[in-house]
Design a binder for this molecule. Structure first.
Ligand code: ADP
Ligand code: MG
Length: 261
């Protein structure tokens, strides 16, 4: 097998007494898609922020394409190299898009000379937006369109890894499906790798090859997504699956099982 695009090695991060991330390791294959699932507070976002570099780990390391990810870089070339390792798309692009800045400016912002007008059109096409979207302000776009812009922005530097933290959680189901299809197409075309963080097991089933299950900052189960979702080995994973509303669903029973775990 070729070198993984991304490896997390024994990451830890504590906030006071809370061990938000407690010895997390995983590998993401080049062109692959790895899901991180777990309840709210299990350490998913902290793990993502460490991978992206928005948060420092107390210990452990992040390795991209076989190289340890530097914590700080100097100069434009260094910043671009670092940006090309990992990019991130958040749950609510509204918060990360400046309302006064046009889509074109957003796409050109980080590395202007790499994103001339034809490249902006190409990026928009990539995420299924028409060329005229370049002139729009975020407030003129729908939630789904804004998430497409956020994805285009993340892809602008052609990163090896795209981290998506609850990136479709705020969207209507039909729009969610469109974005998930788009992400699948982009992965096929570009060989970008996804680290896909979600509390939604249906989303994981749809867009990941492998999955890790986190609880209290630890990885408690890992494997091929199809295996983990059809034959979970750990009671906690079973409970997560049972917690998804379905016919014959009994929330009381699930709450009791959760207390017993
Ligand atoms: P998830 O994304 O799975 O919901 P998080 O990584 O956001 O989990 O949080 C994991 C734990 O770390 C939670 O108990 C949360 O309250 C705590 N935590 C996360 N970020 C901070 C912070 N900046 N300061 C203090 N505690 C934090
Ligand atoms: Mg989170």
């Amino acid at each position: 097998m070729s070198e993984p695009a991304l490896q997390a090695v024994n990451l830890t991060r504590a906030y006071g007494a809370v061990r938000a991330v407690d010895g997390v390791s995983f590998a993401l294959a080049r062109g692959g898609s790895l899901g991180i699932v777990g309840e709210s507070g299990s350490g998913k976002t902290t793990t993502a922020r460490i991978v992206v570099g928005l948060e420092q780990a107390d210990s452990g390391e992040v390795v991209v394409d076989g190289r340890r990810r530097p914590t700080a870089v100097r100069g434009r070339a260094g910043r671009l190299a670092r940006a090309r390792e990992v990019q991130m798309a958040f749950q609510d692009p509204y918060l990360s898009l400046d309302p006064r800045t046009s889509v074109e400016s957003v796409l050109r912002l980080h590395f202007p000379d790499r994103n001339p007008a034809p490249r902006v059109r190409e990026l928009l096409g990539h995420v299924g937006l028409p060329a005229r979207a370049a002139d729009a302000r975020p407030g003129q776009l729908s939630g789904g369109q804004r998430q497409r812009v956020a994805i285009a922005r993340a892809l602008a530097v052609e990163p090896a890894v795209l981290v998506l933290d609850e990136a479709v959680a705020a969207l209507d189901v039909s729009v969610q499906a469109q974005i998930l299809n788009l992400l699948a197409d982009i992965r096929e075309q570009t060989r970008v790798s996804y680290l896909f963080i979600t509390h939604d097991l249906g989303v994981v089933r749809c867009v990941t090859d492998d999955v890790i299950v986190m609880r209290h900052g630890r990885v408690i189960e890992a494997g091929a997504t199809a295996d983990v979702l059809t034959a979970p080995q750990r009671p906690y994973t079973r409970l997560l699956l049972d917690s998804v509303p379905h016919p014959g669903w009994d929330p009381e029973q699930i709450a009791a099982a959760r207390r017993a775990l």
